[in-house]
Write a protein that binds this ligand. Structure first.
Ligand code: ACM
Ligand code: ZN
Length: 523
C-alpha cells in the first residue's frame, strides 16, 4: 500500500516492482522553478541528465492534477500547469522508501476542491520568517495550496511600510518587505498561494496605535495585549481614512501577487461609529444607513480600492450582516450564526468553509480532535455543499492569541492540517487508512524539526480530554483582566443553535460543574 497523504483521488496501478529513485530532473516545457522544492527535498541535481524525471505538459489534465508513470526505463510526471507538476513531484518524493527505491506504478490524481488552506495569525503573536517558511514546507507536503496570512490585528501590524513607518515601528515585530517577497516566492515554488489579510474596520488597534487620526475618536490607542473584541475601529466617515487606506493597501498589494486579498470584516463593534459625528454624517448622507450598513459601505469602499490594484476581496462572513456587499467577494464562513445569510449568499456567491466548531486549530485537540477535522463536512444547516459550485473548499484557522512558542504553534497545526488536506483533496472518508498513511508525513516533520502532536494525543478521551479543555478555558479566562474587559465588548448574544453547538461539541454534560468553577476563578 502507498503511504501518501492526501489519498489519491484517481487511480494507482502498482507494477509490483521497485526501481531506484531518479537522480536528475528535466523540466521540459515547464518553468524550471517548479522543480526547486523537489530538488531541495530530494537532493536532486537538475543538471544531471542520466535517469531524470521528465516533466511533460499535457493540457487535458485537470487543474492541479498530475499523472506519474514510473517504469524501469524512466519516470514521467505529466500536468497541465506548474502547480500540477509540483504536486506530482511532491507525490514522487513521498513515494521514495528508506532504500532509495520507488514503486513501478502509474498514478492519476487531482484535487476535489481548489481551496485547501491554512489561516495563520502572525498578528496576535509574531512568528519569524523562518518559522513561517517551515509551516509552509510541511503544509505543502500535503498539497495545502493556500496560506491565508493574518497580518494586522489589535496586537500589531506586521508588515514593513515604506510610507507609514510608524505602523511597523509601533508594533515592533514585523516582516520586512524583503522577507515577505521571499516567503511569497518560497510558497509559490511549493504550490502555495499567499492571501494576505488586513483585518478592517475592526481589529485595528495595531493600525490606530500608530495613526490614531484615522479612528473615530482620534485619541491615543494602545496595542492590545490579549485577545478580545476591542471597541477600536477605523472611522468610516473621514475621507482621510480612505485616502490612507488607499495608499497603504496599494503598498501591501504590491507585495502579494495573489489576485485575492482578505479584508477581514469580522467582529467590528459599532459603538464608536454610533457616537462619531463623521460616521453619523456619512450614515445620513448615504440614504440613512444603519451602523451595520455602514460596514457594508466601508467594505465597498475598500473593495473599490483593491479593484484598482487588481484584487478581489475575501471577507469573513460578518460582512453578510449588510446587503451592501462588495461585488464578487468570496466569503469565509466561520460562524454558524450567519448560516441563513450564507445560504442566501451562496445562490450567487462563493465561499470557503471554516466552521469554528470544526476547523479552528487554536483550540486544543480535546475540542477539535484530528478525527473531527477529517470528517468535517461543509454543511450549512441541513444542506451539504460539497458538490455545490459555490463551495470553494476549506480552510483551517490558527488564531494565535494564546499560542506563544513555535513548538506550540507547530503542535497545533501538525498533524491536524493533514486531516484537512485529505478531506479537501481526496473527498475520501477512510479514517483508518489515513492513520496508516499519516506516519510518513509525521516522520518528515520530525526529521525537519517541525513539532507534531503524537497520534495518541490527537483524539483525547475521558479525563485527559476534560482536563485539556478546562486548561484552555482557564488560560483564556485568566488572560482577561478587568482592565481588558473594560476595553472590549461581549460578542453579540449567541443564537440558540450556537449555544447548543458550543455546549455539545466542546463539552460533555459531566464537564459543566468543573467549567463553571473554572470560569469563576479569580483573576
Ligand atoms: C474570527 O474568528 N473572528 C473570524
Ligand atoms: Zn467615525
Amino acid at each position: 500500500m502507498n503511504k501518501v497523504v492526501p489519498a489519491f483521488r484517481g487511480r494507482m496501478t502498482d507494477g509490483g516492482a521497485n526501481r531506484p529513485f531518479p537522480k536528475g530532473i528535466e523540466t521540459g516545457e515547464f518553468a524550471p522553478w517548479c522543480a526547486d522544492a523537489y530538488c531541495e527535498r530530494t537532493g536532486t541535481n537538475p543538471a544531471m541528465s542520466f535517469d531524470s524525471v521528465r516533466l511533460v505538459r499535457e493540457n487535458e489534465l485537470p487543474e492541479e492534477g498530475y499523472r506519474i508513470t514510473v517504469e524501469e526505463k524512466g519516470v514521467e510526471v505529466s500536468a497541465s500547469c506548474e502547480r500540477g507538476a509540483i504536486w506530482g513531484l511532491t507525490t514522487l518524493y513521498l513515494l521514495k522508501d528508506q532504500e532509495g527505491q520507488i514503486p513501478v506504478c502509474r498514478i492519476e490524481d487531482a484535487p476535489a476542491h481548489g481551496h485547501r488552506g491554512l489561516m495563520l495569525d502572525c498578528a496576535r503573536h509574531f512568528f519569524s520568517a523562518g518559522e513561517v517558511k517551515k509551516i509552509i514546507e510541511y503544509c505543502t507536503l500535503a498539497k495545502i495550496n493556500v496560506l491565508h496570512w493574518h497580518l494586522s490585528d489589535d496586537q500589531g501590524w506586521r508588515i514593513e511600510s515604506r510610507q507609514f513607518l510608524l505602523l511597523h515601528e509601533t508594533s515592533g515585530s514585523y516582516y520586512t518587505q524583503n522577507e515577505i517577497r521571499q516567503i511569497v516566492e518560497y510558497a509559490r515554488r511549493r504550490g502555495m498561494e499567499i492571501i494576505p489579510e488586513i483585518d478592517l474596520p475592526g481589529h485595528t488597534s495595531g493600525i490606530l496605535a500608530a495613526y490614531p487620526e484615522y479612528g473615530c475618536r482620534q485619541e491615543k490607542v494602545q496595542l492590545a495585549e490579549c485577545g478580545g473584541i476591542y471597541r477600536t475601529i477605523l472611522c468610516a466617515g473621514k475621507e482621510d481614512a480612505f485616502t490612507f487606506l488607499d495608499m497603504l493597501l496599494k503598498e501591501v498589494c504590491g507585495l502579494f501577487p495573489s489576485g485575492r486579498f482578505h479584508i477581514g470584516g469580522d467582529e467590528a463593534p459599532k459603538n464608536e461609529w454610533e457616537e462619531c459625528p463623521d460616521c453619523r454624517k456619512r450614515m445620513e448622507n448615504e440614504r440613512h444607513l444603519t451602523a451595520d450598513d455602514l460596514q457594508g459601505y466601508f467594505s465597498n469602499r475598500v473593495a473599490g480600492i483593491l479593484k484598482k490594484y487588481g484584487k478581489t476581496p475575501v471577507c469573513w462572513d460578518d460582512t453578510l450582516i449588510s446587503d451592501l456587499r462588495p461585488e464578487g467577494m468570496a466569503v469565509q464562513y466561520w460562524n454558524i450564526q450567519r448560516a441563513k445569510q450564507l445560504k442566501d449568499f451562496s445562490v450567487k456567491g462563493k465561499f470557503i468553509y471554516s466552521d469554528m466548531f470544526e476547523l479552528y486549530l487554536d483550540y486544543p485537540h480535546s475540542m477539535i480532535p484530528l478525527k473531527k477535522i477529517y470528517g468535517s463536512c461543509p454543511k450549512i444547516g441541513k444542506k451539504d455543499f460539497r458538490s455545490s459550485d459555490s463551495f470553494m473548499g476549506m480552510e483551517a484557522c490558527l488564531w494565535s492569541e494564546h499560542i506563544e512558542t513555535e513548538e506550540e504553534l507547530e503542535k497545533h497545526i501538525f498533524p491536524r492540517i493533514y486531516a484537512l488536506a485529505e478531506n479537501t483533496w481526496s473527498d475520501s472518508k477512510d479514517y483508518s487508512s489515513f492513520l496508516l498513511r499519516l506516519p510518513v508525513l509525521m516522520k518528515k516533520c520530525a526529521e525537519g524539526g517541525a513539532a507534531c502532536t503524537p497520534l495518541e494525543s490527537c483524539n483525547p478521551k475521558g479525563r485527559v480530554r476534560q482536563s485539556e479543555t478546562m486548561a484552555y478555558f482557564l488560560k483564556m479566562n485568566s488572560a482577561m483582566t478587568p482592565e481588558i474587559r473594560a476595553k472590549t465588548v461581549e460578542s453579540a448574544k449567541p443564537s440558540r443553535e450556537f449555544a447548543r453547538r458550543f455546549a455539545t461539541q466542546f463539552f460533555r454534560l459531566s464537564d459543566m460543574p468543573l467549567l463553571l468553577k473554572v470560569m469563576k476563578q479569580p483573576k
